[in-house]
Ligand binder design. Structure first.
Ligand code: 0A1
Ligand code: ZN
Length: 876
């Protein structure tokens, strides 16, 4: 087999033929679905008449082909593994084709497949080519008319994009529905669903008084799990009208829940398809985190109707154009609807752990990559989350009003078009008058920029000099980096007053909080009239996706933790303080020296636990120690065992020193209120459960009793799952085993709860975690064909750092075994699963060798292009 070849952004050519209208007829059958396509095609006026027409098509059996009603002679076209070429087509014509395909055999979950017996599709990015011969690229946009024919008993419900315009009965217990989508769209937004589904219906009246029907389609047993998604959808529709002036544009909006889905959800025009995990909730089965995730994903997919569907991407290199912008929109929606500080803390925490790690590894790439082998490998944290951080910086740079002007301009100028990131930036420049030339580098340069900051206070002159120096480490294929425009939001907190000082920069008064713009490699900012010695509060709100280093003392950090007016930086000061203590303990562990707890950390936590607060969710975040993954991210070389030992030591020391305080917090935050996913209730539960986690780290008898009571009370899944997790992660197998068994039996038929049951077992720190994975892989509820199960069991185990990184290499071998098997079934999921192995350079020599060995073993197999690309980069 020849190695798969990359596609380059610089090779982009506009389409030679465009499709203006697409008519499809699906005659559904698990083994042999027939798809008839009738495409209205036009050659681009600038294109030479001799240019053959090329249509993508994979895994299709072509049964007939005609132009303008005339069957094509076999000598005039060619079919290969990539598609169909037709010689000398007319300049405007109708192409009719018929193909057959087998949805039941499709385990890659791209194109048309079956999930729990129902038919569904996934076409982004390049799945439509598995449905029919077509120019499968986002810059070809057509109106669609789709007829779906199915069995009346097995598929009473037949859905596609747009509005239903016709339906009727056919012979042999079959029926059909015809759908029309008036909005021209690229084929990646096409969707079809057919099956035995139940409908939950509601309405939304738009800002212009149009009544839109909202429908959720789910299997019968899930009807009671749809309220939250429906309510979230309505909130999202209102928010997009109020915030961006965006109104929904069809009379019908549908969401379908499917069990087998590679990602979270998909924004198909008018017919969003969701992983059931991203839409179904019930207090008994879903945790607070799941409720929040559902709300965010429902909003995300809905927001794509404008940022993605009405205005789409010219090519897949521009993916962040729709994803970065839409993630930014959904983050703001969640912040507005829930607790803004908590949302920012959670997003940044995740970003600094996972996206920074991606940027530091062999698959690092710019937010706009310049080449790829397999586009599905590029649905990454860099494209999504770093893309969102860039849009956030833009919003802050130009201000909300100008940003909104720019966004209005973007949506009106490019409505119905497929565009580039430059088009978006140009609108922002026009909307604001700000030159964004240097800013564009954020899209082109990979890697996490680092800022070394230092400050000097001159008492006699009452000045504060802040020097910032930036550098971006080399990433694969990009050794030289240019300086970026980095907005650093900051304040100076007076050490005497404990207050933000009024800032004067270059003679101009700034208020108590300002943004300094770092554009050069190094710049010094001089603040005057600084009446007292300050501690700088830097990168407030995480104003840029960078690492900032400042030589804070522990006293400085303890000071910021109590006095910083920026809630986000108060939290960050706590994290930095804990990190300094953890660094010492990691060193002590490595050197075999006795570990001693830093009393300043204990004092800071005591103060947090005992001071009154009105935001319990923020307090819960402040009490949470940096995760092992985040700590690892801060180390030059990751020492798995030392990190685990140091963090456990801190947890246990805090639990012992502050036992009474934790117990008081736990008891004060009990509630018998009826479950609601409100920010207040969620905050209260998080705080209570953080306290319980600390107490369980020392297996305190009282805590064990709390856990048991909380588990048995069955008040809501958040509390039940947390209590069960703590029991299973403790050494009290005598209590954990019966609880696990009872839980497993109770929820045996609920796949989403069984996912949680798998995860909480394989993330336990005890040495038998790997054996448990192997054992659970044989469980009847587990299947390698279901991506949620793979993530819940194998993906979760790979996050169990001390056990995945076992020194006998068994964790790596297990992951490689699964990757090799999945490579044949579902290459997209296989490629994602390898990620932890690709980070081998970060570990000690022994582990490096073991990980390398498994990567080589994978590489020796016949590989899908997805897995090939990742392994190739990891071994480069
Ligand atoms: N556009 C979707 C993500 C998505 C991408 C690829 C998929 O299948 C290969 C599925 C969904 C989103 O951003 O939500
Ligand atoms: Zn998206």
């Amino acid at each position: 087999m020849s190695a798969p070849q990359p596609v380059y952004l610089s090779d982009y050519q506009p389409p030679t033929y465009r499709v203006t209208h697409t008519e499809l007829t699906f005659d559904l059958d698990p083994a042999q679905t027939r798809v008839k396509a009738r495409l209205s095609l036009e050659r681009h006026p600038d294109v030479d008449a001799a240019t053959p027409l090329f249509l993508n098509g994979e895994q299709l059996t072509l049964t007939s082909l005609a132009i303008d009603g005339k069957m094509l002679d076999e000598s005039t076209y060619r079919v290969d593994g990539q598609g169909l070429s037709i010689d000398n087509p007319p300049s405007a014509f109708t192409l009719e084709s018929e193909v057959t395909l087998a949805p039941e055999a499709n385990k890659a979950l791209e194109g048309l497949y079956q999930s729990s017996g129902m038919y569904c599709t996934q076409c982004e990015a390049e799945g439509f080519r598995r449905i029919t011969y077509y120019p499968d690229r986002p810059d070809v946009m057509a109106t669609f008319r789709v007829t779906v024919i199915g069995d009346k008993t097995r598929e009473p419900v037949l859905l596609a994009n747009g509005n239903p315009v016709e339906q009727g009965e056919l012979e042999g217990n079959r029926h059909f529905v015809t759908w029309e989508d008036p909005h021209p769209k690229p084929c990646y937004l096409f969707a079809l669903v057919a099956g035995d589904l139940n409908k939950i219906e509601d309405y939304f009246t738009t800002m212009n008084g149009r009544k839109v029907t909202l429908q959720l389609w789910v299997e019968a047993e899930n009807v009671a799990k749809t309220d939250h998604a429906m309510a979230s959808l309505k909130r999202a529709m209102t928010w997009d009208e109020e915030t961006y002036g965006r109104e929904y544009d069809l009379d019908l909006f549908m969401i379908v829940a499917v069990n087998d889905f590679n990602m979270g959800a998909m924004e198909n025009k008018g017919l969003n398809i969701f992983n059931s995990a991203a839409v179904l909730t019930h207090p008994d089965t879903a945790t607070d985190a799941a409720y929040q995730q559902v709300e965010g994903i429902v909003a995300h997919e809905y927001f794509h109707n404008w940022s993605g569907n009405r205005v789409t991407c010219r090519d897949w290199f521009q993916l962040s154009l729709k994803e970065g912008f839409t993630v930014f929109r959904d983050q703001c929606f969640t912040a507005d609807t829930n607790s803004a500080p908590v949302k920012r803390i959670q997003d940044v925490s995740f970003f600094r752990t996972a996206q920074f790690a991606e940027d530091a590894g062999p698959t690092a790439h710019p937010v706009r990559p310049d080449h790829y082998i397999e586009i599905t490998n590029f649905y990454t944290l860099t494209i999504y989350e770093k893309g969102a951080e860039i849009v956030r910086m833009l919003r802050n740079l130009v201000g909300w009003e100008a940003f909104r002007h720019g966004s209005d301009l973007y949506f009106s100028r490019f409505d119905g078009q497929a565009v580039t990131i430059e088009d978006f930036i140009t609108c922002m420049e026009e909307g604001s008058g700000v030159d964004l030339g240097q800013f564009m580098r954020w899209y082109e340069q990979a890697g996490t920029p680092e800022i070394d900051a230092h400050g000097e206070y001159d008492y006699a002159q009452a000045t504060y000099h802040l020097t910032l120096r930036q550098r971006t480490p080399a990433t694969p294929g990009q050794t030289d980096k240019e300086s970026l425009h980095i907005p650093v939001r900051m304040g100076l907190v007076g050490t005497k007053s404990g207050q933000d000082l009024t800032l004067t920069l270059d003679g101009e008064k700034q208020g108590k909080d300002t943004v300094v713009h770092l554009r050069e490699d190094e710049q010094t900012f001089v603040f005057t009239d600084v009446a007292e010695a300050p501690v700088p509060s830097l990168l407030r709100h995480f104003s840029a996706p960078v690492k900032i280093h400042f030589p804070y003392s522990r006293e400085d950090l303890a000071f910021l933790l109590t006095h910083d007016s920026d809630g986000f930086n108060r939290w960050d000061a706590g994290q930095r303080l804990a990190m300094l203590a953890l660094d010492d303990l990691i060193a002590a562990h490595r050197n075999g020296v006795e570990k001693v707890m830093d009393s300043r950390v204990t004092d800071a936590y005591r103060a947090l636990l005992t001071s009154p607060t009105d935001d319990k969710a923020v307090l819960a975040e402040m009490l949470a120690l940096p995760t092992e993954a985040y700590i690892a991210e801060q180390q030059p070389l990751v020492d798995i065992d030392a990190i685990h030992a140091a963090r456990e030591f801190v947890r246990q020391s805090l639990a012992m020193a502050l036992r009474d305080e934790f117990i008081a917090v736990y008891e004060a935050n009990q509630s018998n209120e009826c479950y609601a996913p409100t920010p207040e209730q969620i905050g209260q539960r998080s705080l209570k459960n953080v306290a319980l986690s600390y107490l369980m780290s020392i297996e305190d008898e009282q805590a064990i009793a709390f856990c048991q009571t909380q588990f048995e009370a069955e008040h809501n899944m958040t509390d039940v799952r947390h209590a069960l997790t703590l029991l299973v992660h403790s050494d009290r197998d005598d209590l954990a085993s019966p609880a696990l068994k009872a839980f497993g039996e109770k929820w045996a038929t609920d796949p989403l709860v069984m996912d949680q049951w798998f995860t909480l077992q394989v993330t336990r720190p005890q040495e038998d975690a790997l054996e448990r994975v192997k054992h659970l892989m044989q469980h009847p509820a587990f299947s390698l064909k279901n991506p949620n199960k793979v993530r819940a069991l194998i993906g979760a185990f790979a996050q169990n750092r001390i056990n995945f990184h076992r020194l006998d290499g068994a964790g790596y071998a297990l992951l490689a075994d699964v990757v090799i098997e999945l490579n044949r079934l579902n290459p997209e999921i296989a490629a994602r699963l390898i990620t932890p192995l690709t980070r081998w350079q970060r570990f000690d020599e022994k582990r490096q060798a073991l990980m390398h060995e498994q990567l080589e073993r994978i590489k020796a197999q016949p590989l899908s292009s997805n897995v090939y690309e990742v392994v190739e980069k990891a071994l480069a």
